[in-house]
Design a protein around this ligand. Structure first.
Ligand code: ATP
Length: 225
């Protein structure tokens, strides 16, 4: 469970101070599927980065399973990212010179998994996203939808409890978008994940049981909680 209290993030751009998040308070239950919508520059990615311990807030707290990511030391944050939280991005962020399997295996290195264990788990993760046959393909030999499947396998191979997805369908056509959302929804249900999905796409957000909107750094519930 996430308990976020008075989360504020400011950036300095030259002489200007940008308030990316202003006093955001939010609770996200275990196993919840939450989508985040809002205009560009509203603070969506900043919130996701705070949830994943990728960036420290200016003030406030982000408590995940009783531990505050806002004040945790670097070693603690590395552990959270290695074990507890998986990320999926709009641009897939695969390493172009590594095969699909090798890309997935990279996620197991920080937690110290042995080579044989990494290989076995990476193949199983690729199978779970329907890409068992493509394990030895390079990203450049795969379609956008297939590359995003590899990225999803990489995010989930470490058995995280939380999956954070930042515009995961932003670079895909409508059919592929629907396939990827079907896949994420299926994995969310099967694995009991907490899934937080940033999306510009109302058709994607409409499938979430809970939706929030972030604009000018402030959060509004759209589903009447
Ligand atoms: N590293 C940074 N340095 C300075 N300003 C930043 C930085 N990251 C984000 N910002 C600013 O913070 C505000 C919120 O940005 P954020 O990326 O969270 O918005 P967003 O809702 O995800 O937008 P988009 O939909 O375009 O991705 C914007 O004004 C942005 O310019």
């Amino acid at each position: 469970m996430y308990q976020i209290e008075k989360l504020t993030k400011t950036y300095t751009q030259g002489k200007r101070t940008v308030h990316a998040l202003r006093d955001v308070s939010l609770r996200i239950e275990d196993g919840e599927l939450l989508s985040i919508q809002g205009p560009t520059g509203g603070g969506k990615s900043t919130l996701l980065q705070a949830l994943g311990g990728l960036d420290r807030p200016t003030s406030g707290s982000v408590v995940l399973d009783g531990k505050d990511l806002a004040t945790m030391n670097d070693a603690g944050l590395t552990r959270v990212r290695a074990r507890t939280v998986g990320f999926v991005f709009q641009n897939f962020n695969l390493i172009p010179t590594l095969t699909a399997q090798e890309n997935v295996e990279t996620a197991l290195v920080p937690a110290g998994a042995a080579k044989a264990d990494r290989a076995r788990r990476a193949v199983a993760a690729l199978e779970s996203v329907g890409l068992g046959e493509r394990a030895d393909h390079l990203p450049g030999e795969l379609s956008g939808g297939q590359q995003q499947r590899v990225a999803i396998a990489r995010a989930l191979v470490k058995d995280p409890t939380v999956l954070l997805a930042d515009e995961p369908t932003g670079n895909l056509d409508e059919d592929t978008r629907d396939e990827i959302i079907d896949l994420l929804e299926g994995l969310w249900k099967e694995q009991g994940l907490t899934l937080v999905l940033v999306t510009h796409d109302s058709a994607v957000a409409a499938r979430s049981p809970r939706r929030i909107r972030i604009a000018k750094g402030r959060v509004k519930e759209l589903t009447g909680r």
